[in-house]
Design a protein around this ligand. Sequence first.
Ligand code: GDD
Ligand code: MN
Length: 414
Amino acid sequence: MNINYPHPLLLVPSGALQIPDSPATLPGATTPNPLFSLVIPTYNEAANIHKIVRILCQILDESIPGEYELIVVDDNSPDGTWEIAQKLTVEYPQLQVMRREKERGLSSAVIRGWQAARGQILGVIDGDLQHPPHVLLQLLENIQNGADLGVASRHVEGGGVSSWSFIRRFLSRGAQLLGLVILPGVLGRVSDPMSGYFMFRRECVVGQILNPVGYKILLEVIGRGRVKRIAEVGYVFCERKEGESKVSWKQYIEYIHHLLRLRFSTGHLGKLTEKFNFPLDRFVRFGLVGLTGVFVDMVMLYLLSDPSTLGLPLTRSKIIAGEIAVFNNFLWNDAWTFADVSMKQNELRQRLKRFLKFNIICLAGLVINVMVLNLVFNFIVPNRYIANLVAIAVATVWNFWVNLKLSWRVTEVK
Ligand code: GDD
Ligand code: MN
């Protein structure tokens, strides 16, 4: 059976995540482009999609009939969300559907949707009805009254979370605090920087390459966009009735990664690192991983050599503890610091090769560490702790730079 849908599936834009200045019109369109484009990212939302489309259309038809479009961006959900959405376009021709088969992830889904959008105001809302749809109208009103960005917030009057556990509240607030420390210029501008429910004027982000890693795409829009006036509207984050949340611990790691990346690629630091072409955000991740290594080394040394535990000889214990720490660091660096590179070379043989290189380079780093310590202590500053700090810094830079060039190098050769 061949159903004639009002539009074919939207083509997935490729290349950089950049929003075009003047949006394309639909092929064969007779009406002008809509004012407002609302992207609904979905993954396994088969149970929610019909309801949310119906409610959104009801609300928007009352206030801006004919002047909006809905864009569902589905990452090829196993439950066939995109197919259900595509069928809905018969009843709702203002709905369009994008089915992504190659890329994954919430943020890039949203941006791909905006790339295909035709409106001058671009927005996003979750597809699971946890974002109360009527707030849309207040957000729109704020934009029409001159705001560049309208954010639905859980932390202003009228806002809240319905029934989050203590631990989720704690994690959410903790993440916000961490962000405030790393990126005050971005997170300090809104009360709910984690919000996934907002809209903004297209001109604010035109020409910027958006580069989000995790879930928190609002950070990108504020961090890279030209956003002057921000309005916030309170909303209560409702309980999910159907389907499941996709948040996991991985999102927290991605969030930190995202903060660092934004920190080092925007503002003064961004200009500096660009000038010297130094991958500062990678370096910071490498350093953080190094700190976890120190912790692992200490714990292992205790477990192996302490008289109250195994009581092994000190040197032997240290060699084993050090190697376990190196292994720990390798795993994190491979999975996080250099994830983009290792993903392209993920055969076991390639991983083993990287691990071997990492080991040798870190061993050389240890030798350098000892040499610098002696050099600085004997000839420059006769204070062993200052000398040690210098030695550690030099060895870290060595470890980072040489591993960057040798272990996690992208080999373009086929
Ligand atoms: N296309 C696509 N690809 N959609 C996705 C993906 C993905 O990889 N992961 C999640 N989604 C969709 C879900 O189907 C849902 O519509 C929406 O994105 C939000 O995902 P949830 O998994 O329901 O997230 P949440 O409820 O835990 O988090 C929400 O609250 C945060 C505030 O703390 C989201 O709204 C976040 O955007 C928001 O920041
Ligand atoms: Mn949700």
